[in-house]
Every structure is written in C-alpha cells, then in structure tokens.
Design a protein around this ligand. Sequence first.
Ligand code: ZN
Length: 511
Amino acid sequence: MGSDSDKETRKKKEGAYEQLKPYLERAMALQASLILFEWDNETLAPEEAGKYTAKVQGTLSGIYQEIITGKAVKELLEECKKEQRLTEAEQAIVREASEELCKLEKIPPKEYRAYQELVAESARIWSRAKREEDFDAFAPTLKKIIFYQKKFAKYQAKDGQRLYDVMLNDYEKGFSIKKLDEFFGILKRELVPFLKKVMESPVKISDDILEGDYPKEKQRELAEFLAEYVGFDFKRGVMAESAHPFTTNLHNHDVRLTTHYKKRMDSSLFSVIHEAGHGIYEQNVDDELTQTLVGQGASMGMHESQSRFFENIIGRNEAFWVPVYKKLQELFPNELGAVRREDFVRAVNKVQPGLIRTEADELTYSLHVLVRYELEKMLIEEDLDVEKLPELWADKYEEYLGVRPKNPSEGVLQDIHWAQGSFGYFPSYALGSAFAAQMVRFMQKTMDFEALLRKGDVEIVRQILKRHIHRFGKLRDSRKLLQDMTGEDFNPQYYVEYLKEKYGKLYEVKI
Ligand code: ZN
C-alpha cells in the first residue's frame, strides 16, 4: 500500500488543474509584490532608491518567469487543455497562462535581458531629450527599441501575421490593423471636418474660471468627495499623489488611485473621476476571479472605456452637476460662488485643439490618438525612417487639429510609451472612448440616463456596468463583453454620433 503507483492515481484523480493552482498562486504573489513596488516607486519611495530597488524587482520578476516557463507548469497546462470539465474561469486562466508562457518562452533570455536594460535606460534618455527639446538625442535609442520590438513580434507571429498585428494583440484582442483602419478611418472622415465647423462657430466658450485660487487642500477634499460619490469604495481603496495620475491594484480589496493637483482645478477633478472609473472596475471584479490571471480588467481598451465613461459620459454631463455643483461652490466660494452651474459645465466642455494629448478635450482627444496610430503603423509595417518622425508628426497635427508643434517636446517627444517599448498601446485610448459611447447608447434605450444623474443616482449606472462588464474581469475579451452587453458587435458610429450630438448642441453646429 502507499506505493508510487497509488500516488500516481491520486494525482491523476486530483486533476491537472488542481496541481497547476499552487504554481499560479506563487506567480500571482510575485506579481502582487511587483505591483506594490511600482506603486511605492511612484508615490513614497525616496529619490535615490530606484537603482537599488530595481535589483529586488529584477530578482522577483526572474522568479516569476521561472515559475511560468518551468517544466511542471508547461506539462500541466498541456494536460489542462485536454481536460473536459473545467469551468469558464478555469479555462480562461489556462488560456492566459499558456499565452504568458508562449510569450516568455519564445524570446531568448539573453535578448530579453538586453532589451530590458535598453528600456530601463531609454526612459532616462527620453526624459532628458524631452527636457532639452532634442529629438536627435533620443532617435538612436528609439531605433534600437523598434528593432527589438519587431524582432520579438517576429518570434510570436503566426504564419503570415503582420508584426503590428502581433503588437496590437497584446493590448486589445480582436482589433487588428484591418479593424483599426476602419475605426480610425471613420474618425478621420467624420471628426476632422466636424472639428473645423466647431472652431468656426460663432459660439465662444470661456474657461477662465477654472484657473484661479483653488487651494490644494480644498482640491483634495473635492477629489475624495467625488471619487466616493461616483462609487469608489475607500474601505477597499486608497488615494495618493503622484506626478502622473494612475490606478493599480493588488486585488479587488486593495485598489489604489493617484492624482495630482494643478492650478487649473479641472485637471485634478477630472483625473480623479477618470482614475476612480479604473478603480471601480477593479473593485467590482468577482471574488472568485481576483488574485488569478484573469482577475483584472479585460483589456487596455475596456479599462479606458470605464475610466472615460465616468470621466466624460458621467462627469462632463450637465445632469451630473445638478446635485454636485453646490459642493463646489461651498469649497471654492470666492472662485465659483457667483458662477452659474451652466457656465461651469460649458467651461469644462470647451473644445480647444492643442498639442498635448493628455490635456485634450473630449472631442479632439481621439485625433491625437489617430496621429500616433498612423505613425506606429508606418514605423512597424513600412519601415518609416525614425529621423522623419518629428516632421511627419507636425504635418499630421496641422492637418487633423490645425496646430503645429514648435519643438519636438510638444510634439513627438511628449509621451513616454515608445520609450517604454509600448507599440500598439495608443489605439486602446480611442477604442475606450468608443466602447463607452456604445454602452451609454445601450443604457439610454432602457432608462432615462440623465434623470438618474440629476437625482444623484450614479449607483444604478454603476450596477449595470458591474453586471455586464466589471465582474467578468479578463474572462472574456472586449468585443465579446460589448456584444453581450449591447447585443451588437463593436460599432464606432455610436461614438461619432455621441460626439457630434453633444458638441453640435454646445457649439450650435448643424450635423
Ligand atoms: Zn486611463
């Protein structure tokens, strides 16, 4: 009794998935600690800590890789794929783990390390080049990053798959070049001429009231009030300050937001509602899924859809401010005491084509993304010469937005993404806005969305998003979630309609 063959039978009975679980739990624990380090680096860690802490992070991510690519996990994953009785969640976890393994396994470790070092260095080079308005100082590094990105994409590409498609797939499954050409084609055709009309409209909106004496302490009070008002749960979340606002989470009971406080009060105000949208998504992922490989939001685009739903569709809606505006007047009596709510709402919806993506208004935002999409595609698919980027960037800004950067820092050097090797990330920003528009159109069919906001009932809206999107985590991809919620595949027309309707009314432009 108790022979090896008995053990074998017991193991088989236990099932491959049960055996896989402890490995994945270890991997997830490492991931959670890496997230905590990242959070700490951005918020509280002392300035000099970076280089030393990076060593700890490097070791931890090394162990993570070892676990995922180890022989045991590999064999168990193969077994799991044959198993018939896995639940939807288990199948999705096996799928995610297999993809992760595939990705880590195909890149030779030596090349991966060299690339990691390059990227660690490149953020510094980029940041200096940006400060000194010197694109040439960054160009050689960018060339190397693109070289590696293409090389790695080649390792992953399935027969004949285009390299940019491989990269896009990392951020948004189901959105290939073909699909995105269609999407951005519509935005270009519809929104570029519409924006021109808005700018020529005799209606002029002033946003001067947003800049003034807005003490940081009061701004913080407002930020906490608003995050809670839209549904962020402070018993399972915290808010801190960082240079660039972001959201991260250890699991659905520990979600962390950051914000920044600027002279213009709407900057913190809307970035808080935006990050709260990301945070609410993570807090509402099912308990059963959290702390697994499918325990976070479905994709970059779906995440942006939630943050933008809260920021724009809720937060920049006139109805939202009906119950909330008096709180603003109480906090800032000198600045807003005598300002009418209508004028405040008009001010936060002012359209002003500018050079900087992160400061863009709701209407022009996706045109900033369009520029980046077109250039990324050219860099990866058409071998566009990196040296030509600043000029092409400026030309496209002039064509789509009517503004031209005077130097590369307010042009091609403004975003960190390419310096981090994130090619294929940008489209998800525009997709998110479009997903959100499709969702609100669906809601408006069955309820009076604005009336709920006027009554201060964001809760019902949040529950709908939870039921259709949040609780599923990464179980299903964004197109499937959208299809299940709205009864329709992704349809960019809703986004165009939403923008034209809202800004056509505000600027009295015929559509
Ligand atoms: Zn976001």
